[in-house]
Write a protein of this length. Sequence first.
Length: 305
Amino acid sequence: MPLRLPDRLPAIELLKSENIFVMDTSRATAQDIRPLRIVILNLMPLKITTETDLVRLLSNTPLQMDVSFMKLKSHTPKNTPIEHMMMFYRDFDEMKDEKFDGMIVTGAPVETYDYEQVTYWDEVSGIMRWARTHVTSTLYICWAAQAALYCHYGIPKHPLRRKMFGVFRHRPLKPLLPIFRGFDDVFCMPHSRHTELWRTDIEACPDVELIADSAECGVGMVMARGGREFYITGHPEYSPDTLDKEYRRDCGVRDDVSLPVNYYQDDNPANPPLVTWRAHANLLYSNWINYYVYQETPYDISRIG
């Protein structure tokens, strides 16, 4: 089954060119199917790029999904046209009485600030608490993973001396969990962050479980509430050229940026990236949708929470 997306969302045409079957709302309403309701709180600055990256991964399932986008009332994006935001996004205040089968909260370029210093912290932390009673399973990515672990469990983040930047090998610590069904003994995932979680902090909290880590970049994935919440410290959704764009944007501008690790062929930025994470990224999202959303959510969506 296809994804149901808002009419005229730019991601629709981009994904059709990749032979991914998507359907706009007008056509989808003719089908008598209870689609999964997925909401994305997109905090990334390049929102259209992030929309496309996430929708691409969500499309790799036979289930029909109705995808909507949430925005913060307390923050106005600077890198996305206001017309796009008005057409495709709704404020949390407009959505707070609704229930969703799954939710994705993205990273945000505010990780070097203390959480309480972030101008929209009150609103975003309120949404994280709201998700516990209005969403079957929530996927937190990068900064959102750190922020939600702090919001729910008081787990702190720690600054890095240099940016964690590149593609790193991880190992599933609980390989029999459904989220890892079909995974190899190791999997790769891009990272681009200035802060980290410490394994000792995770292990000291009895309510969360470290389920994947990396010898190079530490904590990779954390699970809580039996799969109602997943915290991913990297960016499995990244497109092949995302780290390249970040590197060329920051090279010579910042003093803490080095060549992304395990990314360019022969570690030469003149060569194209070597994509080593795409297959597991698709599998991760498919497993999340199948085992933790579709098989757990009630048919009567009002019963969530």
